[in-house]
Design a protein around this ligand. Structure first.
Ligand code: HEC
Length: 191
């Protein structure tokens, strides 16, 4: 009896995961299936620094002002200043803020090194209660409005997939590269 128990316990330990896997495969039949290209594309919305992934569309600061008042002001304050959450404006029209950056008051789009980041962020994450609900034209308009209020572009500049990536951000040189750049003579052998 003792001998058979000695065999039974390890056998149960070995069999249990297989039995469990079979049960969960029956319960969740789609677990483990590769995603199709269409499925991947449906949530692959990331916009890189060069803006190659930006969709067609356009907008101006004047158009953005109306959308901002309706959908963003409640949290971010009038013109993106003094809201209950992140202040989105650190400079003023014609006068970009160039740092130092620290904390909520001086963050926002002025801080971003690439002009496409605000587009990507707003498109995916805002307005907070209903993210993903903005159309490309609305996102271009909101970015134009915020960049105008931050003194980064002029009020009549049109933001679209060609003009937006060319905007020069005031803090673009304020970041240390994630990977240090060594001059050739100082490059460690392991680099
Ligand atoms: C219900 C409140 C709410 C509304 C409405 C809202 N936001 Fe926000 N927003 C937030 C919060 C909270 C954060 C900070 C999120 C975090 O840090 O994780 C944020 C962050 C942001 C940021 C990033 C700021 C930074 O410093 O990194 C931007 C840009 C932004 N919102 C734009 C918008 C725009 C444009 C709209 C309107 C379409 C909008 N938000 C509507 C609450 C809101």
């Amino acid at each position: 009896m003792q001998c058979s128990l000695k065999l039974l316990i390890p056998a149960l330990v070995l069999i249990a995961p297989v039995a469990l896997a079979q049960t969960s495969a029956r319960k969740f039949p789609n677990v483990g299936q590769p995603l199709s290209q269409a499925e991947i594309q449906s949530f692959d919305h990331m916009i890189g620094p060069e803006g190659k992934e930006l969709p067609a569309g356009h907008g101006t600061a004047k158009e953005g002002a109306v959308i901002f008042a309706n959908r963003c002001e409640v949290c971010h304050g009038k013109n993106g200043e003094n809201g209950i959450t992140h202040h989105l404006v650190a400079g003023s029209p014609g006068k970009p803020y160039r740092g130092p950056f620290y904390g909520v008051e001086k963050d926002g789009p002025s801080y971003f090194p690439y002009p496409t980041i605000a587009w990507d962020y707003i498109n995916r994450a805002m307005p907070a209660p209903n993210p993903g609900s903005l159309k490309p034209d609305e996102v271009y308009s909101l970015v134009a409005f915020l960049y105008y209020r931050n003194g980064i572009i002029n009020e009549n500049d049109v933001m679209d997939q060609n003009s937006l990536p060319k905007v020069v951000m005031p803090n673009r040189n304020g970041f240390v590269p994630a990977k240090p750049v060594y001059p050739p003579e100082k490059k460690p052998s392991w680099w």
